[in-house]
Write a new protein. Structure first.
Length: 404
């Protein structure tokens, strides 16, 4: 007899996460099993919660085992406005259904994805120096000088991580300041890259290398902070530095392909894309060496399809992962099962209360995340702890550069 499990309720929970909020879907079945997923509204996506709530009414009463059919039905119902926050809502619901299905079968989620290929995942320390510079109230110790940048490089090495990723900073008066005009801070809509940005970025990278030593791989995230001319200027400025990859976001696959063919360093991209259709022009253009997939946005099941297409285009993948611990676990299962994995992103600098929000936290040994064998994603939000940290109004990118 075929097993079924009807979805009886979908609830959204939110809590304070310092400069943003964490968001969760709690999906309950008639078996009493709860499937969880984490999603995000702070990375340029206000309104995902409203979309999840609107769509959840359509899945109540349906079989949690049939996540692919439910996804197809929800896509059909939202096709005139496909993408954006609607796509992210579909991904959040899909991930909760995957967790519930795996728990109903008493297996880890990676078993639903074809089984694990690896037991350990190499991770890189993301937002290294960035969080302690941009958000010193929440990430300690604050970094206020170039010596602090060197010190965190040493910390990465001493804690046995093998890779780190940092961002762009200017050093007006010697104090580092995050430079992210692509996100409106400072508000410079032309996003031109001037001499001071080039000089200060090189100084920052040399400082973090001085601290990390020669054996730690350094990744640089340029985000949307330049246009083609500016990206090429940066790449020329740091051509002689030893870089693992340069991460670049561009709305134009042709422009990104042009940049990649002139870059002395590997290029990664695509963390903001939604659905296989959006990735395909970048694959056809051979626009990047590594495709970054946001599995909370896309849904882990759909992300496996994107990864398979990347493999067919001789491209490796890496997850976009700068959220809470549940997202890290979701991405860990994706990384465990996908053949063409390059490396996994994870934030090591955490909020003081991050660990108490979840039943289990990622286990990291010598710069590698150990794949859990617990059913589902291997962790769940602690609802009592969530309530102890009520969400704030605002936060995320919408608050960057906001005038008082």
């Amino acid at each position: 007899m075929t097993k079924t499990s009807k979805i009886t309720n979908v609830e959204l929970l939110t809590c304070d996460a310092g400069w943003r909020n964490y968001h969760f879907v709690k999906l309950t079945t008639d078996d009493g099993v709860v499937g969880w997923s984490e999603y995000d509204e702070g990375f340029g996506s206000p309104g995902v919660s409203a979309a999840v709530q609107r769509l959840s009414g359509r899945i109540v009463g349906q079989d949690a085992f049939e996540h692919e059919r439910i996804y197809a039905e929800l896509f059909a119902a939202t096709r005139p406005a496909a993408g954006g926050v609607v796509a992210q809502a579909l991904g959040a619901l899909e991930n909760a259904m995957l967790d519930a299905k795996a728990k109903l079968l008493d297996v880890p989620c990676y078993e639903l994805l074809g089984g694990k290929i690896r037991d350990r995942i190499r991770v890189y320390w993301s937002h290294c120096a960035t969080w302690r510079i941009n958000h010193p109230a929440w990430y300690k110790p604050a970094i206020e000088t170039l010596d602090g940048v060197k010190a965190i490089g040493r910390e990465v090495r001493e804690k046995k991580f093998t890779a780190l990723k940092t961002n762009i900073f200017t050093y007006d008066g010697g104090k580092p300041i995050g430079w992210r005009p692509g996100f409106g801070s400072p508000f410079q809509p032309a996003i031109n890259v001037e001499r001071n940005v080039l000089r200060d970025l090189r100084m920052h990278l040399e400082a973090i290398r001085d601290g990390a030593g020669p054996d730690v791989d350094i990744l640089l995230d340029l985000n949307f902070n330049a246009k083609t001319e500016g990206y090429l200027k940066i790449l020329r400025e740091i051509a002689d530095l030893d870089m693992f990859w340069i991460e670049i976001d561009s709305f134009s696959p042709e422009a990104l392909g042009y940049i990649r063919r002139r870059s002395p360093h590997p290029i990664s991209s695509c963390e903001t894309l939604l659905g296989l259709r959006e990735f395909l022009p970048y694959f056809r253009e051979q626009a990047m060496d590594v495709a970054i997939i946001d599995t909370p946005w896309n849904g882990v099941w759909q992300s496996m399809k994107i990864a398979a297409s990347a493999e067919a285009h001789e491209v490796n993948v890496a997850p976009h992962n700068f959220y809470g611990h549940l997202c890290s676990m979701m991405n860990a299962h994706f990384c465990a099962a996908v053949p063409n994995l390059r490396i996994m992103e994870i934030d090591i600098d955490r909020l003081a209360w991050d660990d108490e929000l979840f039943t289990h936290v990622p286990e990291i040994v010598d710069g590698h995340l150990i794949i859990p064998s617990r059913p589902g994603w291997g962790t769940e939000p602690n609802e009592e702890a969530l309530r102890a940290h009520p969400p704030k109004i605002g936060g995320g990118l919408l608050n960057y550069g906001r005038k008082a």
